[in-house]
Design a binder for this molecule. Structure first.
Ligand code: MN
Ligand code: MN
Length: 474
């Protein structure tokens, strides 16, 4: 036997074992180039889409360009038509009515367009010792200390007393001022340093500094009015948006990080940005849909709001607009909604935690998603003993596996950290509840929910390829 010949056992081992490989090993050069290139479009989308409303607006711009038409519940549907239903500017259901029998079901992807942030309270404005501040109420799971001493922008809408709604976006254009939440200096942090991280930064200290000067009369003298700094803020907002202090009551304003998406690393394979969760799945799911708008079967790409707070509310995944649209498809196209749902399949397009070598003790490495090893399939999410999870069946995971392998998608599996370390959920369970097989597929993220999250361009592209294969699949 020559030295190069392998033994039966060696060959058997190669045949039988599972070995995870990175995208750098698996992707041919043109695909790696494609991944680098695809990231540019994604990064441009990130800069446009910091809130759920902006994510919807930016998605509609892409859809309009691709020839999709706006659909309102009740509108006439046609076979072969490509539509989007704008749910109050905060969520979006994009769908294609395929050319085949609607009863064969719909290929659905469901991402979310909201991200953790600091919402303004309804009476946010106050002044203290020469500073104007905005009170905030955090939205979603934030680690509060991460939001201090970073540049913040103010985004959202305000509905004025007369009913008109104005878009607000300050802090992201070149030359814009930004805002900040201050933090203690180390010299005086002795007491704070003794506190557990979860309690050292009380939510009520997350006050955004918005101004630092008293209102001055036309002759330059400080106003004799009360609340001088507050008046400075109100006068500027009034001039810019026509709003008064009472209009904060009917506003949805939030503080988000003021920075744009950037390459990370000398080799530029990572992207740092606010809001990867879940734009990093939303954008691949959406663009894959745009690139597959001639399929025989029907497709749907959902951009749900409110995932970070339980998918509640009229723009959340639990809102019945999702099934209402399926009902409309059934009644208009001669189908049966129950049959359509039974034959539909869904990928819940949401991020998972990437293994972080800096915090290896919270992960179980064999079952963690590794950055640049592809888009991750999570059979289950939840916490504790798989509490509150959609746990996809072996058969359905097998189906997705065949689809991905058939299209040479670089993919891996993921479990969110060690058992009993924590956990999380997605919209998967709300879709599964409608009798639709659903599994979580998404991009691994480092520093998830931080103001500056990190993903790999390999994984973003793998997600695009994965969703594309899913839409095309029989
Ligand atoms: Mn998410
Ligand atoms: Mn999240």
């Amino acid at each position: 036997m020559s030295e190069n010949e392998k033994t039966k056992g060696q060959l058997l081992y190669e045949q039988l074992r599972y070995q995870k490989k990175s995208g750098f090993e698996l992707m041919p050069k043109d695909e790696l180039d494609g991944a680098m290139d695809y990231a540019k479009g994604y990064m441009a989308y990130l800069d446009e889409a910091k809130t759920e409303r902006e994510a919807v607006t930016a998605a509609i711009a892409l859809l309009d360009k691709a020839g999709f038409s706006e659909y309102r519940v009740g509108d006439k549907l046609e076979k072969g038509g490509n539509y989007y239903c704008n749910n109050r500017g905060k969520a979006l259901i994009v769908f294609r009515v395929g050319t085949e029998d609607i009863n064969t079901g719909i290929r659905i992807s469901a991402a979310h367009c909201d991200a953790p942030r600091l919402d303004l309270k309804q009476h946010p404005l106050f002044e203290e010792t020469g500073f104007g501040y905005l009170k905030t109420h955090y939205y979603g799971g934030v680690r509060k200390y991460q939001w201090a001493t970073i540049p913040l922008a103010l985004h959202g809408v305000v509905t004025l007393a007369d009913g008109t709604t104005k878009d607000v976006r300050i802090g992201d254009e070149p030359g814009d001022p930004v805002f900040v939440i201050t933090d203690l200096l180390p010299h005086l942090a002795k007491d704070q340093n003794q506190k557990p991280l979860g309690t050292a930064f009380p939510a009520e200290t997350l006050n955004v500094m918005i101004a630092a000067s008293p209102y001055r009369e036309e002759d330059g003298t400080v106003t004799p009015s009360e609340d001088k700094v507050k008046l400075t803020v109100l006068s500027i907002l009034n001039e810019k948006y026509g709003m008064t202090e009472a209009d904060f009551v009917s506003a949805e304003l939030c503080a988000v990080p003021a920075a744009n998406a950037v390459d990370i690393g000398l080799d530029r394979w990572l992207i740092g940005s606010y809001g990867h969760d879940d734009r990093v799945c939303l954008y691949p799911a959406l663009t894959a849909m745009i690139d597959n708008k001639d399929t025989a079967h029907s497709l749907m790409c959902i951009l749900a709001d409110k995932e970070e707070i339980g998918s509640e509310g009229v723009s959340g995944m639990q809102c019945r607009i999702f099934t209402d649209i399926i009902d409309e498809m059934a009644s208009q196209l001669g189908g049966n909604a129950n049959v359509i749902r039974a034959n539909s399949i869904c990928v819940s397009a949401d991020v998972t935690a990437a293994y972080d070598p800096n915090y290896s003790d919270v992960f179980e490495k064999r079952n963690s998603a590794i950055v640049s090893s592809g888009v991750a399939l999570s059979k289950y999410t939840g916490s504790g003993g798989k509490s509150s999870t959609n746990d996809a069946s072996a058969e359905f995971v097998g189906r997705i596996r065949r689809i991905f392998d058939g299209a040479s998608v670089v993919w891996q599996t993921a479990e969110l950290g060690k058992v009993d370390q924590g956990g999380g959920g997605t919209v998967a369970k709300y879709i599964a509840k409608c009798n639709i097989d659903t599994v979580d597929i998404g991009v691994p993220v480092l520093s998830m929910h931080a103001p500056f999250e990190v993903v790999s361009k390999i994984d973003v592209y793998a997600a695009y390829k994965g969703f594309s294969a899913f839409y095309k699949a029989d």
